[in-house]
Design a protein around this ligand. Structure first.
Ligand code: ADP
Length: 268
């Protein structure tokens, strides 16, 4: 059975997920091979407004490739991604003709390695993208950016540079930078795996708070307790397939399954 160290699934009433609503994001038949080796084999995934989905699975199972392809950071061989019912990215779309360029801001991405601009202050890291994409008065924009920094507990560090911050603080800035763009969905690619162990909790706490607020998120993670406590669904990937896609409570019942073996291995 799944270890009792995992917390119970969060109460479904905590926010207003509407499974009946149309998906914000749909992945349809996503397929990818690297050097002739199949890494993703016809992935189907639908994410509804307000849903939080964690993607777990062994290293090399295709988790990172999946979320990078959703955001157009890798080309897929077959398949299509729909955003709010409209085709967003599909196989064969050349890099240089990205008609979805302006839509890209609707998908936020938080990377393992933070990816802040090292030569820009925290506030300037936040201001950069909205300055390019929104036609907003700079003072209003700055207020909005400061409010997002406040949300992740980083307001007092607004005028520092990334090198003056811990990894956990940099990742919280990276999350605020994503929030500034008011994305429809945020993709997290192992957001805590580059952090010192004592810095993991502060970042997971911020993500959990966003989950409470109803922000739609897809999170690749090895933090099992976190995944099982914040997620509406947990997706378990193996060898380029989705082996399990179910709510935490259902997964708890799957005794003797490979997902249990995997979770127990990691969560020890
Ligand atoms: P996970 O995130 O589950 O650890 P990845 O999506 O990173 O898995 O990788 C899946 C497989 O694809 C691995 O075998 C990896 O070596 C391979 N792979 C990922 N990116 C590339 C690339 N750019 N070139 C070649 N192989 C890659």
């Amino acid at each position: 059975a799944l270890r009792t160290t995992l917390p119970p699934a969060s109460a479904p009433s905590r926010r207003s997920v509407q499974p009946s609503a149309k998906p914000i994001l749909e992945v349809n038949g996503m397929t990818k091979a690297f050097d002739g080796k199949c890494v993703l084999d016809g992935i189907h995934l639908a994410v509804h407004p307000g849903e939080v989905i964690s993607i777990i699975g062994p290293s090399g199972s295709g988790k990172t490739t999946l979320i990078r392809m959703i955001n157009g950071l890798e080309q897929m061989d077959k398949g299509e991604v729909f955003l709010s019912g409209r085709s967003f990215i599909h196989a064969g779309q050349p890099d240089y003709a990205l008609p979805w360029r302006t839509q890209i801001t609707k998908i936020g991405m938080v990377f393992q390695g933070f990816n802040l601009f090292p030569h820009k202050s925290v506030i300037d890291n936040l201001m950069l993208a909205p300055r390019l994409h929104f036609n907003e008065d700079p003072r209003t924009l700055r207020q909005h950016c400061l409010a997002m920094l406040d949300k992740v507990g980083m307001l007092e560090h607004a005028y520092k540079y990334p090198h003056q911050l811990s990894g956990g603080q940099q990742q919280r800035v990276a999350i605020a930078r994503t929030l500034v763009m008011k994305p429809s969905i945020i993709l997290f690619d192992e957001p805590t795996s580059a952090l010192d162990p004592e810095r993991v909790a502060e970042v997971l706490d911020v993500i959990a708070r966003l989950a409470q607020e109803g922000i739609t998120m897809l999170i690749v993670t090895h933090e099992m307790k976190f995944a099982f406590s914040v997620s509406d669904r947990v997706v378990f990937m193996e060898n380029g397939h989705i082996a399990v896609d179910a709510p935490p409570a259902e997964i708890r019942q799957m005794t003797g399954s490979r997902i249990h073996a995997f979770v127990n291995d990691i969560a020890m």
